[in-house]
Design a protein around this ligand. Sequence first.
Ligand SMILES: Cc1cc2nc3c(=O)[nH]c(=O)nc-3n(C[C@H](O)[C@H](O)[C@H](O)COP(=O)(O)OP(=O)(O)OC[C@H]3O[C@@H](n4cnc5c(N)ncnc54)[C@H](O)[C@@H]3O)c2cc1C
Length: 283
Amino acid sequence: MKNNQVITIVGAGPAGVACAVAIKHLGIEPLLIEKHKIGGLIRNANLIENYSLLEQNISGKTLAKKLEKKVKDRNIKTLFQNVKNIKPGNQILVKTNKKTLLTNYLVIATGTKARVLPKSVKIDKKANKNIYYEIADMPKQKNKTIAIIGAGDAGYDYALNLAKTNKILILNQNAKPKCNTTLLNRVIANQNITQVKNVKIKSIALAKKGIQVNTNKEPILADTIIVAIGREPNLPTTSKAILKNKNIFVIGDTVNDIYRQISITSADGVKTAMKIFKNYEQS
Ligand SMILES: Cc1cc2nc3c(=O)[nH]c(=O)nc-3n(C[C@H](O)[C@H](O)[C@H](O)COP(=O)(O)OP(=O)(O)OC[C@H]3O[C@@H](n4cnc5c(N)ncnc54)[C@H](O)[C@@H]3O)c2cc1C
């Protein structure tokens, strides 16, 4: 059975939620589809300090709760399903893991996915259960040694977050970190965090207790590993036709290259809602 929607938004991160709230405010009922949890990637953030509209600094999880409340308060219809395919056409066909629907306008706000370690790094299958790519859904870590592979903003942010209850090793393949100065200064001042420089990861194996990271230097022992070596666009389809369809809009982190911030991604959502509304009114 195919449902007919005017506007469907895939992804309930800051971009998708901003778009849904704005379009509803303009008088059109959106359908929001989210495969995991409302809030998206920001659920991983230790502390949001650079968003000028927030009176106080809050954690990413707290912001995600606010977005969740907004969606609920505004009665925005939300399906918790995974969009598996999109077929552009006069009406756009959206296939989830549970249903197929048709929509006049489609907003794709599916964010990014974590870059995985290169194939040259051999990973023992049994060690996989101790390797994470994001921290929001990790089981609570306490009194553990956690190795973070990657020395960018995300790696440093994860380190500060997890160092509240654990010992952290940041493994950097270069001599200098690629994170911003605010995060770097906090990491330097934090006694629970050690930065390990010029370390090349060769393989990851299960050890007697935890896991062993084999490197160009001494092996490193840890209970848990977090890989934070960058992110890449995440699209629910590989079809290039979606980029040419005038009624399909790809927004937010998915298309914003290195400019990945909630202010930018939310503004994308609002601007797209206004564009669609204008188009809809004229049709
Ligand atoms: C550690 C960390 C700290 C950060 N700190 C800050 C900060 O302090 N300030 C700041 O401005 N930004 C920060 N960011 C960046 C911010 O999180 C992102 O810019 C923002 O979340 C991007 O929003 P988005 O809606 O474009 O994408 P996302 O937040 O990635 O949301 C995409 C959503 O789409 C869903 N989705 C994906 N595929 C499908 C599918 N096929 N079907 C259905 N749903 C799907 C996902 O589950 C997700 O909920 C941080 C990021 C990280 C990792």
